[in-house]
Ligand binder design. Structure first.
Ligand SMILES: C[S@@+](CC[C@H](N)C(=O)[O-])C[C@H]1O[C@@H](n2cnc3c(N)ncnc32)[C@H](O)[C@@H]1O
Length: 187
């Protein structure tokens, strides 16, 4: 019985995404962060359970509920389903979250420059959108804060990051495993 619960704990912590683990290990308490691309709210819930968060901005228009690739568009579950699932999942955290149901480029205008400890980018995955999300959200992150995201191995994501780093060079960290692949940079 005891072993089962220990295994369960291990599984849960194993599931924490690498940049989020980095944030927990390197940043202090009362964190203010943002997730771009919330979808069903599962990763937002995981961050809320794992990180010492004061506030988490959750940005998704729940309209472009697609991940655009170079040559194809992957349509996910219906936007209304995803939105209502996210609201239900995140209801217990209502004191610590602010949901901004807008396109990333509009939502960013509500956030003060250098006010965030981290931003997790997981919105539209094509090259232009990834570049644009990094460019507009990077200004919102404090010095020594973390800019990070999902699906580093996706062609569009990687190209968007590479182009950004050509203009604004800095050390890129990435992590790839069977569980997925992520990237992060420290401001
Ligand atoms: C890959 S899913 C996010 C998954 C979530 N981060 C997780 O791990 O559970 C991508 C989400 O980004 C949203 N999205 C795509 N383009 C967007 C944009 N330009 N502005 C805001 N949200 C966008 C979609 O509606 C979709 O819900």
């Amino acid at each position: 019985m005891r072993q089962n619960s220990e295994n369960k704990k291990l599984r849960i912590s194993d599931d924490i995404r690498e940049p989020i683990r980095f944030i927990k290990n390197n940043l202090k308490k009362d964190l203010v962060g943002a997730e771009i691309g919330v979808y069903l709210g599962n990763h937002a819930k995981q961050m809320l359970d794992y990180l010492p968060l004061k506030k988490l901005y959750l940005i998704d228009d729940w309209v472009n509920n697609v991940v655009k690739l170079e040559n194809e568009t992957v349509t996910r579950r219906s936007t209304s389903f995803a939105y209502s699932r996210a609201l239900t999942t995140l209801k217990p955290y209502s004191d610590s979250i602010e949901i901004i149901k807008e396109e990333s480029i509009i939502a960013v205008q509500q956030i003060e420059d250098k006010s965030l400890d981290f931003v997790y980018i997981d919105g539209c995955h094509n090259c232009d959108s990834v570049f644009s999300d990094i460019y507009i959200w990077e200004k919102k992150v404090k010095r020594n804060g973390v800019l990070c995201g999902h699906d580093y191995k996706w062609h569009g994501v990687r190209n968007g990051i590479d182009i950004y780093l050509k203009f604004f060079p800095r050390k890129l960290n990435s992590y790839n495993s069977v569980r997925g692949d992520w990237w992060w940079v420290v401001q």
